[in-house]
Design a protein around this ligand. Structure first.
Ligand code: C2E
Ligand code: MG
Ligand code: MG
Ligand code: MG
Length: 281
C-alpha cells in the first residue's frame, strides 16, 4: 500500500513537472521570437520632487504587448529571460530605446532623465560599458540623463570587479541607482563603498501596510537619514496614497514614484502630458 502511495505521488509530481517544463519551453521560444521582432515596449513612470511636485525623471519599465491586446508584465518573463540570457538583448534594446527617447525630448527642448533597470547578468558582460557609451555617443545625449538601476543583490553579488565597472560608468557621467533598497543583503556599508548616486527605497516599506499610512516609517527615516549623510539622492517607490506622499515629504525624502502620482505609461501618453501642444501627440 505504501508503495502504491509513493507511485501515485511520483506520478503527480511528474505531471506537474511536465506541465512546468512545457510552459518554460514555450516561454523560451516566445521570448526568442519577441527579441528578434523587437516586440517589447517601454513604459515610463514619472518620479516627482516632493518639494516642487515637478517631474524630475522617469523609470523605464518593459512591457510585452500580446496580439490579443493584453500585456505581459516583467514578473512573468524577466526571470526566464535572465535564465536563458535573453535579458541581454532585451537590456540592450531598452538602453537603445531610452537613449533615442532622451534625444527626442532633447530635440523638443526638454531634459528628462530616464532610469533603465539592468540585470547583473548583463552588467557582467565585458563589453557592457563600451556598448552603453557607444549608444550615448551615437545619439549625442548628455550621459547624465541616463541612470542605471541595479538591485542590491546585483551590486553585491558582482563583487569587487563590479565596483570597477560601476566606477567606469560613473566616470563617463552615467548615473547609478540602487533599486529595492532594504530588501536584499541590506548592509548599510554598501551605501558607502559602492559608487552610486541614488537610493530607491523598496515599496514594501512604503505601501501595503494597514490603512493609508506608510507601512514602515521608522525604516524609511533611517534610510533617508543615512542616504542624506552620504550625499545620495533618495527616491521612495510604490507611493500609493496622498498620506504616504505627505509623510515622505515630512521625513525629508527627496523624490517619490508610485501609482498616486502616475502608473507606468506608454511614451505617447507621457508626451501628451509633457508637451500638450506638440505635433508629437
Ligand atoms: P522595479 O525596478 O522595482 O520597478 C518598480 C515596479 O513597481 C514596477 O513593476 C512598477 O510598475 C511597480 N509600481 C510602480 N508604482 C507602484 C505602486 O504605487 N504600487 C505598487 N504596488 N507597485 C508600483 P513592473 O513594471 O511590473 O516591474 C517589475 C520589476 O521587473 C521591476 O521592479 C524590475 O526589477 C523588473 N523590470 C522591469 N522592466 C525591466 C527591464 O527593462 N529590464 C530589467 N532587467 N528588469 C526590468
Ligand atoms: Mg527599478
Ligand atoms: Mg524597485
Ligand atoms: Mg522591484
Amino acid at each position: 500500500e505504501c508503495k502504491q502511495q509513493l507511485d501515485q505521488h511520483f506520478l503527480m509530481f511528474n505531471e506537474r513537472m511536465q506541465e512546468k517544463l512545457k510552459h518554460i519551453m514555450t516561454l523560451e521560444r516566445e521570448l526568442n521570437q519577441a527579441v528578434e521582432m523587437e516586440a517589447f515596449e517601454l513604459y515610463y513612470q514619472p518620479k516627482i520632487d516632493l518639494k516642487s511636485e515637478l517631474i524630475t525623471g522617469v523609470e523605464a519599465l518593459v512591457r510585452w504587448p500580446m496580439p490579443d491586446g493584453s500585456i505581459r508584465m516583467p514578473g512573468d518573463f524577466i526571470p526566464e529571460a535572465v535564465r536563458t540570457g535573453a535579458i541581454i538583448p532585451i537590456g540592450e534594446w531598452a538602453l537603445e530605446t531610452a537613449c533615442k527617447q532622451i534625444a527626442q525630448w532633447r530635440d523638443l527642448g526638454a531634459r528628462i532623465p530616464i532610469a533603465v533597470n539592468i540585470s547583473p547578468r548583463h552588467l557582467k558582460l565585458p563589453e557592457f560599458t563600451d556598448r552603453l557609451l557607444e549608444k550615448v555617443g551615437r545619439y549625442n545625449i548628455d550621459p547624465g540623463l541616463l541612470e542605471l538601476e541595479l538591485t542590491e543583490e546585483a551590486l553585491v553579488e558582482t563583487g569587487a570587479s563590479n565596483i570597477f565597472i560601476l566606477q567606469e560608468i560613473r566616470n563617463a557621467g552615467v548615473k547609478i541607482a540602487i533599486d529595492d533598497f532594504g530588501t536584499g543583503y541590506s548592509s548599510m556599508r554598501y551605501l558607502k563603498v559602492l559608487p552610486i548616486d541614488c537610493v530607491k527605497i523598496d515599496k514594501t516599506f512604503i505601501s501595503g501596510g494597514e490603512g493609508n499610512d506608510l507601512s514602515d516609517p521608522t525604516i524609511i527615516e533611517a534610510i533617508v537619514f543615512l542616504a542624506k549623510g552620504l550625499s545620495l539622492d533618495v527616491v521612495a517607490e510604490g507611493v500609493e496614497t496622498e498620506a504616504q506622499k505627505n509623510a515622505l515629504a515630512e521625513i525629508g525624502c527627496d523624490k517619490a514614484q508610485g501609482f498616486v502620482i502616475s502608473p507606468p505609461i506608454p511614451s505617447r501618453l507621457l508626451n501628451q502630458l509633457l508637451f500638450p501642444s506638440s505635433a508629437l501627440t
